[in-house]
Design a protein around this ligand. Structure first.
Ligand code: NOJ
Length: 542
């Protein structure tokens, strides 16, 4: 049964067309460019692409402000190019997930233009209005420091519209059955064009009804089930992957007690404690976070990631924990964002190859589906001179040629990183492809190993007690197979003594190095973990 669920053992690669590859050399990435790079993605070993929004947009929030849900922004190509891309990806066995951004539209969407034209316009109720300014008009902003309000006056009809995000992103009224019907139509449209599912943007906000100064109303979790039912009628194996940065107890409501809600969710909680563990070498809170998110229905699945296209959100840590992560990974004010996060890429944050490998090995071993962000496979850097989250959205570095091989044009959507250690002359695909010891080749091997370990995506797991706070040990079991994986967050190399009872086997086969461990005369395995080291073993069946 588990084998049927393709999303349990896939590897997801997230990319934004805008900055991935420019095929027509106008300075902005497009479908033509992406199609020319599908071989690269295939060779890397991943089998699902999560494509950031590419629909028509004024582009004031990286495309998350959509002005037409049924098209392709001309900067990226045409609908024909989209279908070509889906076809080419399918030929290589690559599935495509796209963003479903239906909490809000752009204020330039035709629906909002109609809605604001008069109070009795038919589209009025597609959005959320209040004649008076609600007392909480300046509460609950998602981008504090940049966003000033959640209710903004619309002059023409002299009333306020609700926007959880920037003021140019009015919230759709998902309590309105007509809006729900339209959302189904959007899903149906893209499913018909061959996509494998959706990364659902801002899920908690889709489920809320604004409280207007009163006690918050309960979220409409039933709506997730409704969405899923529709999705599954149209395409049985399509999935919903939700963005919801919520506490563990809440997340169960998103999955549904029967696993009849959303299929997958990003595990923001474990993500934050992973960075805490990397910053402090204390794995206790990480173990707690893993355990707190353990108990989900069999068909439900966590998606694990290290960095994404937004800031590294540390909002779920305590103040003291957050400060420790800031100190280690984002000490300058300019590296921090929205009072809660860090706007840097992974490699510059961690600062060395060993810790980068540790972080990736860890993420790939977490009980769920790994998601990598474009450019992280070569250890790309960031550009803190760019505003807000743009810092981590610089063009992919393909080669040492002009603009890092991203485009031959002159007017780039974002500048390519050209200074210092992370400059495209040093950090690029071409160079790393030829270097056996490169991060790119290391990552390709890691992806292959992960795909050979279905225990991780499908199986049960438990913590192996090591008695050492800096070492995390985990065991995965599925059918007759079992894996034992250890990660050392400490800066000193360590020898672990693992009794046969704990290992559960006499022979441990190292999946990354050509060695194996057999029991010594005292009936124990001795496992050496280098500084920031990691070891993956398959237990040989007795
Ligand atoms: C979450 C997305 O990840 C982020 O980039 C965007 O700004 C907001 N949702 C609003 O759509």
């Amino acid at each position: 049964m588990m084998e049927e669920l393709w999303y349990k053992n896939t590897v997801i690669y997230s990319l934004d067309l805008e900055t991935f590859m420019d095929g027509n050399n106008d300075g902005t990435g497009d479908f033509e460019g992406l199609c020319n790079r599908l071989d690269y993605l295939h060779a890397l070993g991943l089998d699902t692409i999560w494509l950031a929004p590419f629909q028509p947009t004024p582009n004031r929030d990286n495309g998350y402000d959509i002005s037409d849900f049924y098209g392709v922004d001309p900067r990226h190509g045409s609908s024909g190019d989209f279908v070509d891309f889906i076809h080419k990806a399918r030929k290589l066995g690559i599935k495509v997930i796209i963003d479903l951004v239906v909490n809000h539209t752009s204020d330039e969407h035709r629906w909002f233009k109609e809605a604001r034209s008069s109070k009795d316009n038919h589209k009025r109720n597609w959005y959320v209005w209040s004649d008076k300014r609600p007392s909480d008009w300046n509460q609950g902003m998602v981008f504090p420091g940049v966003q000033k309000a959640t209710w903004t006056l619309d002059k023409k009809t002299k009333s306020y519209y609700f926007h959880r995000f920037y003021e140019f992103q009015p919230d759709l009224n998902t309590d309105n059955p007509e809006v729900r019907e339209e959302i189904n139509r959007i899903m149906g449209y893209w499913l018909e064009l061959g996509i494998a599912g959706f990364r659902v943007d801002a899920v908690p906000f889709i489920l809320e009804s604004p409280a207007m100064g009163k006690k918050p109303l309960p979220l409409h979790f039933d709506y997730l089930k409704e969405m899923r039912r529709f999705l599954q009628w149209r395409r049985g194996d399509a999935v919903l992957l939700g963005e919801a940065n919520v506490l563990p107890a809440e997340s169960k409501k998103y999955f549904g007690s029967e696993g009849d809600g959303i299929h997958m969710m990003f595990n923001f909680y474990v993500n934050q404690y992973t960075f805490y563990a990397l910053a402090t070498a204390d794995t206790k809170p990480l173990i707690k976070a893993l355990k707190a998110t353990k108990d989900i229905a069999p068909g439900s699945q966590w998606a694990f990631f290290l960095r994404n296209h937004d800031e590294l959100d540390l909002g779920r840590l305590t103040e003291e924990e957050r400060q420790k992560v800031f100190e280690r990974f984002g000490p300058d004010k300019n590296m921090q964002l929205y009072n809660r996060g860090i706007r840097r890429r992974l490699s510059p944050m961690l600062g060395n190859r060993q810790q980068t490998e540790l972080a990736y090995s860890l993420m790939f071993s977490f009980p769920g589906t790994p998601v990598i962000r474009y450019g992280d496979e070569i250890g790309m850097g960031d550009n803190l001179a760019l505003v807000e989250r743009e810092a981590v959205r610089t063009p992919m570095q393909w080669s040492g040629e002009k603009n890092g091989g991203f485009s031959r044009g002159n007017n780039l959507i974002n500048p390519v990183v050209e200074d210092g250690y992370y400059a495209y002359e040093h950090v690029n695909v071409d160079r790393q492809r030829r270097d056996q010891t490169s991060l790119l080749n290391w990552m390709t091997a890691l992806i292959r190993i992960r795909k050979e370990c279905p225990e991780i995506g499908c199986g049960a797991w438990e913590i192996i007690d090591t008695g050492l706070d800096q070492i995390l040990g985990m065991r995965y079991t599925w059918k007759a197979r079992s894996l034992l994986i250890w990660h050392n967050f400490g800066e000193k190399s360590t020898e672990l003594v693992v009794p046969e009872k704990q290992a559960g086997t006499r022979r441990l086969i190292d999946l990354m190095n050509n060695i194996e461990s057999v029991l010594d005369e005292k009936g124990r395995h001795t496992i050496t973990l280098e500084a920031y080291g990691y070891r993956w073993f398959r237990a040989e069946a007795e």
